[in-house]
Design a binder for this molecule. Sequence first.
Ligand code: IPE
Ligand code: IPE
Ligand code: MG
Length: 247
Amino acid sequence: MSYKEKIDIDRIPNHVAIIMDGNGRWAAERGLERTEGHRAGVAAVRKTVEAAVKLGIKYITLYTFSTENWKRPASEIKALMQLLMDNIGDKIFMDNNVRLRVIGDMSRLPLPVAIAVKALISKTENNKGTCVVLALSYSSRQEITQMVKDIALKVKSGLIAADDITEDLISRNLSTNFMPDPELLIRTSGEQRISNYLLWQISYSELYFTPVFWPDFNEEELCHAIYDFQNRERRFGKTSKQIAENK
Ligand code: IPE
Ligand code: IPE
Ligand code: MG
């Protein structure tokens, strides 16, 4: 039986975050340029988004380009930005009622890319289906630093008191404030690290690592991750007995 058939459709996570890793190694295995790996990675994004729509996942956050990725060779960055540019108008959004959001420092993106991305965000803002969130030029520590600055200014100006700072207030001052925290975080390519992704938001996420390189990820791999997630016991600090007794 496939994982697609095995999963419980009534217990699909609301928010799945993915670290899409392994494009370069996928290409190297085939004697191809890294860019070809990224191109194949775009196809995997399309398949994964379509699968998320079918499964009724409300939010899918895709780590597309990290702040640290600006350190890559200029030619690779250029190719990645071009791929983004070529695919951002994709009809997949309007055809599937998909909304686009972005987290990260868009001011660092080349202007035409930023303009195209912003246009699609506006065009899709009333779509009510799955929300695809691209983490673009994103760094979680940077996001947290910005949040601390914003809250410090509010305290300084007397808008709030230091005592008003709660976990909820912190969440509301992060760029992810429009969605719940991810229940499931998937990383492909066998690496078992977080790489500066959603550090605050994943404090109780289930982590799923797969050796599959991102270009080979698809609906069945997503269902595999969800199946694994559905068979874990999320205890949130309680005992197994308390969870069983719903206390
Ligand atoms: C992920 O694949 C894509 C980006 C980080 C933009 P990589 O390019 O990191 O692929 P590997 O890790 O070198 O195989
Ligand atoms: C993380 O992948 C960022 C994205 C997937 C966009 P990297 O391949 O850049 O991560 P590290 O640097 O190897 O941890
Ligand atoms: Mg990588």
